[in-house]
Design a protein around this ligand. Structure first.
Ligand code: ADP
Ligand code: MG
Length: 372
């Protein structure tokens, strides 16, 4: 049997292979409306309602570093990243099951703090924590959360239904999470250097106060359930939707590939957290790379038909950043002078390469395209 490294095909290549193997199983449950490929799987509950379900793993040293992550924040984030996938179907979350594998280094108090954080997030989203599983772990802390939600059949929104001419919108501001992660990683390095400095045994003082907005975007992101509610108030059912877990570039490509379209994004329209801009200046980075490739902002990217454009135009916190195009026009980023660059090739441009430290959280040998 040959041995192909997972890094050779990447996370999405692997998911494609899994999908091919298991696709036949979908026929066994005719009420499963759609499975692998969207933010949630969709099940027909009754003639009016769909049930949606999503699951996400958070693994120590891959997705988080306990040196820089308070347990309460980790609990909140573990739930929020799942609720974000529920929001990405235009649905409302209902209940969650939570499994944890705990190494010896973790105390009872730490697990209590984790669940306190998760409970606080659950109360905000109206989610019940309904069960789970607990195990010892011989390596790091591992967290698996599954959330079930619901949406009326007319309001379900998938990734594969954008049409040329639709406008592309984003909620909130991007780049904050990547900027916060960089500030945290730098602080961690300073702390480790201090610990190893035998000449200087004074207490180490963290200096994250100036970075707290971006840091909290990274440590405790909020799922945009308010956007789902706002869209309902505006009487808008988007034509396609996805949450921004892997960066704007990746999510735009997912919508386009699945909808068989192209797209153009206008660089100067992309809303950037001002604090992220300051941090990027400090790191001598181009902040647009944080928005495009940084990920973990958990904003909602969605498309609307031209008929709905007016309803959005004057609303705060929802920004029109581009337009869906025919597939043969490709997926482009346009600068303020109208010059376009192929988004697929963009990582090759020095100008847009994500900061190296962005991947430092992961064990470098063990990374094969799995993103934070
Ligand atoms: P998201 O970033 O929205 O959580 P992912 O990129 O993790 O989505 O997953 C993309 C799609 O692949 C989803 O529909 C998910 O359910 C599916 N998927 C991911 N990993 C697996 C797996 N190991 N087995 C089956 N389906 C998977
Ligand atoms: Mg998602």
């Amino acid at each position: 049997m040959s041995f192909t490294k997972i890094s050779e095909i990447g996370e999405f290549g692997l998911i494609d292979k899994i999908s091919t193997i298991v696709s036949e199983t979908a026929q066994q449950t005719p009420l499963l409306s759609s499975g692998i490929g969207d933010d949630c799987a969709v099940y027909v509950r009754d003639k009016n309602t769909y049930e949606v379900i999503t699951t996400d793993l958070l693994i120590e040293h891959v997705h988080f570093d306990l040196l820089t992550t308070p347990m309460e924040h980790l609990g909140g984030k573990s739930l929020s990243v799942n609720v974000s996938d529920i929001c990405a179907m235009n649905a409302t979350p209902l209940y969650a099951v939570v499994s944890i594998a705990i190494p010896n280094s973790i105390s009872v108090e730490m697990i209590e703090a984790f669940y306190t954080g998760m409970k606080n997030a659950a109360m905000q989203y109206g989610v019940a924590i309904a069960g789970g599983d607990t195990s010892a772990s011989t390596s790091g802390l591992m967290i698996s959360v599954t959330v079930v939600g619901e949406v009326s059949q007319q309001k379900l929104v998938k990734r594969n239904t954008a049409k040329p001419g639709d406008f592309i919108c984003i909620s909130g501001e991007l780049g904050g999470s990547n900027a916060g992660l960089l500030a945290l990683m730098r602080e961690k390095q300073l702390m480790l250097d201090h610990m190893h400095d035998e000449q200087n045994q004074s207490d180490f003082q963290t200096n994250l106060e100036d970075y707290k907005d971006a840091v909290s975007r990274h440590l405790l992101p909020k799922a945009r359930l308010d956007v789902v509610k706002k869209l309902a108030q505006l009487d808008i059912v988007p034509t396609a939707m996805i949450d921004v877990s892997d960066g704007l570039a990746s999510e735009t490509k997912h919508i386009c590939r699945q909808s068989k379209t192209g797209a153009v994004l206008f660089e100067n329209k992309i809303p950037i957290m001002s604090h992220a801009r300051e941090i990027a200046d400090e790191f001598k980075d181009d902040v647009i790379s944080y928005a495009l490739f940084g990920g973990e902002d958990y904003e909602i990217l969605f498309t609307v038909s031209p008929n709905d454009l007016k309803k959005i135009e004057e609303k705060d916190d929802l920004t029109i950043i581009g337009q869906i195009k025919p597939e043969d026009e490709g997926i482009k980023l346009a600068d303020m002078f109208g010059k376009t660059i192929d988004l697929e090739k963009l990582t090759g441009f020095q100008h847009f390469i994500p900061h190296k430290d962005d991947e430092d959280l992961a064990d470098e040998e063990d990374i094969w395209g799995e993103e934070n």
